[in-house]
Design a protein around this ligand. Structure first.
Ligand code: SAH
Length: 222
């Protein structure tokens, strides 16, 4: 049947993108700025090897150093919860593949992203350069201490699970600033927490259950 095409026919890039964005919307990513930023960043460039062909599915995938690139809908929901403003400076803890940082870079003035794996930072830096994302500063560091020399931040996003929101990160948030962080033991249910710094303290809101790799102390040798 000519008019229906073959079942194994290759999906075009445009169809793939439409399906990707539709899946995001159907899972609650509705903020137009976030969707536009996610439309501009090709997840396929952040996934290498065997899993590259699954880059447009809404699932986490393995990357180097035993880590994972997060599920796109979770990336979208976390980004949306941050309510990023164009002049913001954002800290990301857990560069991983660099995918989340690339999306943030389209929404704010400057992104600082840190990872304890040097190799991941190096590979992400290469991608940022190729993509012309010049407002991202990536470095290897133990992100649980934040970046004291660059703080305070308007927004902080932690993409590895902590047992509690790390104290140094809370301290490095501006008043009025927002942090999203998965909280819980790595082998049990974790919850995504949105922390807002008020003049008089912190407001905590539990958003949804999630599953992230753990926040680990110290810099890795890899
Ligand atoms: N945001 C990433 C996914 C991150 S996976 C993406 O878009 O692809 C979690 C990352 O957190 C891993 O790369 C891991 O190395 C890093 N990580 C874990 N503990 C850390 C710590 N204390 N400091 C910095 N990075 C850490």
């Amino acid at each position: 049947m000519m008019e229906h095409g073959q079942p194994d026919e290759e999906e075009t890039a445009a169809e793939r993108k439409m399906r990707f964005l539709f899946a995001l919307r159907s899972r609650g990513v509705t903020d137009a700025r976030v969707l536009t930023a996610m439309e501009r960043v090709d997840r396929g460039q952040f996934v290498r090897g065997l899993f590259a062909e699954r880059a447009y599915e809404d699932m986490p995938l393995p990357i180097a150093c035993g880590q994972t690139i997060s599920q796109p809908s979770v990336v979208g929901l976390m980004t949306q919860a941050l309510n990023i403003q164009p002049r913001d400076t954002v800290l990301e803890v857990g560069t991983g593949s660099g995918y989340q940082a690339a999306i943030l870079s389209h929404l704010c003035r400057r992104v600082y992203t840190v990872d304890r794996h040097r190799r991941l930072v190096r590979e992400a830096q290469e991608l940022f350069r190729e993509m012309g994302l010049v407002n991202i500063v990536a470095m290897s560091a133990d992100g649980s201490f934040g970046l004291p020399d660059t703080a305070p931040f308007d927004r902080i996003i932690v993409t590895a699970a902590a047992e509690d929101p790390p104290g140094p990160l809370l301290a490095q948030l501006k008043i009025g600033g927002i942090m999203v962080v998965p909280v819980g033991q790595s082998d049990t249910v974790q919850h995504l927490i949105k922390v807002t710094r008020l003049a008089s303290g912190y407001d905590y809101e539990e958003l949804r259950p999630v599953r992230f790799v753990p926040l680990v102390e110290g810099i890795s040798s890899e």
